[in-house]
Write a protein that binds this ligand. Structure first.
Ligand code: GTP
Ligand code: MG
Length: 185
């Protein structure tokens, strides 16, 4: 069983991604920060491996997908508005228990300071494989995406997957990344 956690600030598109990966409406989506209140966990069978890619898991592809409440307010540095200190810690525990983490950044907002710190902790202290996704690229000019990629490369020291959950651009690349990391779980 491979546990994949989707994390990010409020309103970045975490629940939309969970629904897209599972192929159904399992998590509430709303254009309001604070829509998801805790942790939503769904098991799904096969990862939709892109055509032409061999399934690296050899059939053992049971995934648990975890959608979490937005950890931080999109603009400020405060905790997500629906989160008490206790809930926040509960979500962090859940994230730490995941095998693969998807860190979503909203292209219209940019890299969040609080998420940046959390990213480093998860990578350094917990040695988690993290896929960084720049979501909502349909809403910004191409140059903005490139600029963000550079910023993230510097600050998080890693490559990113630009994604739109409206046009599905980048979706296959994301699946490939998940499948890639799943080989090492
Ligand atoms: N244009 C555009 N809108 C998107 C994209 N992905 C998500 N959205 C919209 O962004 C809004 C927030 O999406 P959610 O999936 O609810 O975001 P979330 O991160 O789960 O939010 P919280 O649960 O509140 O933390 C919704 O209106 C989505 O339809 C995208 O790629 N492009
Ligand atoms: Mg949500």
């Amino acid at each position: 069983m491979i546990k994949v956690a989707i994390i990010g600030a409020e309103n970045v598109g975490k629940s939309t991604l969970m629904n897209a990966l599972i192929g159904g409406r399992v998590s509430e989506v709303e254009n309001l920060p604070g829509t998801t209140k805790g942790v939503i966990r769904r098991r799904f069978g096969k990862l939709k491996i892109p055509k032409g890619m061999k399934n690296p898991l050899g059939g053992a592809d049971e995934f648990v997908l975890i959608d979490t409440a937005g950890l931080f307010d999109p603009q400020g540095e405060t905790r997500g508005k629906v989160l008490s200190e206790e809930r926040f810690r509960g979500i962090i525990d859940e994230i730490v228990s995941a095998n693969i983490i998807i860190h979503m950044v909203d292209a219209t907002v940019g890299l969040h300071r609080g998420m940046e710190r959390l990213h480093h902790v998860l990578k350094m202290r917990y040695e988690k494989p993290i896929i960084v996704v720049i979501n909502k690229i349909d809403l910004v000019p191409r140059e903005r995406v490139e600029e963000l990629r550079e910023i993230i490369k510097k600050r998080l020291e890693q490559e990113t997957v630009p994604l739109s959950l409206v046009t599905y651009k980048g979706f296959n690349e994301l699946l490939e990344r998940i499948a890639h990391y799943a080989q090492y779980v």
